[in-house]
Write a protein that binds this ligand. Structure first.
Ligand SMILES: [Zn+2]
Ligand SMILES: [Zn+2]
Length: 230
């Protein structure tokens, strides 16, 4: 929504077909003079605002203001890599100036909506990717989404949940043209659930075969608990 020049009176404010008349207050001079002792004080005419002419019959479309409120849709090119807080200037799309003055500029403040897949940190993108317990333990090649489609990524054996892997140059393009950020893949190891009888048996066998040594974190945790209650 902005104020635009009234199309009916072309911004003049006078009813179409009528003309502005000479200001009766200042006789068209645009200024009024008052004698004050030795001085003559000149003031801008309050009636015509210094224009020297006044509207006799105001335009009904804009009530003599010369401007109307109008809503328009415009296309604005958002640069690659634009982030929240970026302000774009669109020249000449702001408010129309009064009395045929130059139009102002429109400022567009960019606010980037959150994405389901990627979390933005500057030009870097963080993407959480679930992997299975077996993939994490044995190592695997997984598919990872990027802005430009899927890429393959190797997960080494023994990867812990929450570990980050950096894929260079797969982040956001820099808004000033300085290359691209990276994508940081955060792997999330999923605990298997809803196991059937065979799977449960295998996992129990696995646990027995491992003893306590497979869980370095829980082992150190148990040692701390022992110390605490000694
Ligand atoms: Zn008008
Ligand atoms: Zn006047």
């Amino acid at each position: 929504m902005r104020r635009e020049s009234c199309p009916a009176c072309k911004g003049e404010g006078a009813k179409p077909g009528t003309k502005k008349i000479k200001c009766p207050e200042c006789e068209g001079a645009g200024q009024t003079r008052t004698m004050g002792g030795f001085f003559t004080i000149s003031r801008t005419c309050a009636r015509c605002g210094g224009e020297g002419r006044v509207i006799q019959t105001p335009c009904s479309n804009c009530r003599g203001k010369g401007l109307v409120r109008a809503e328009r849709k415009i296309h604005v090119k958002v640069p690659e890599g634009a982030d929240t807080g970026l302000r774009l200037r669109v020249a000449g799309e702001g408010e129309t100036g009064a009395r045929g003055g130059r139009s102002g500029d429109l400022y567009v403040d960019i606010s980037v909506a959150p994405d389901e897949m990627f979390e933005r940190h500057g030009n870097d993108l963080v993407c959480g990717v679930p992997i299975s317990f077996a993939q994490a333990a044995l190592g695997a090649e997984i598919e990872v989404p990027t802005l430009n489609g899927k890429v393959k990524m190797k997960v080494p054996a023994g990867t812990q949940s929450g570990k980050f892997f950096r894929i260079r140059g797969k982040g956001m393009p820099d808004v000033h043209g300085y290359g691209r950020g990276d994508e940081l893949v955060r792997v999330i190891v999923e605990t298997p659930s809803g196991l059937n009888a065979k799977q449960k048996r295998l996992l129990e066998e696995f646990a027995q075969a491992c003893g306590e040594n497979v869980n370095p974190f829980s082992r150190s945790f148990m040692q701390k608990v022992k110390k605490l209650f000694k």
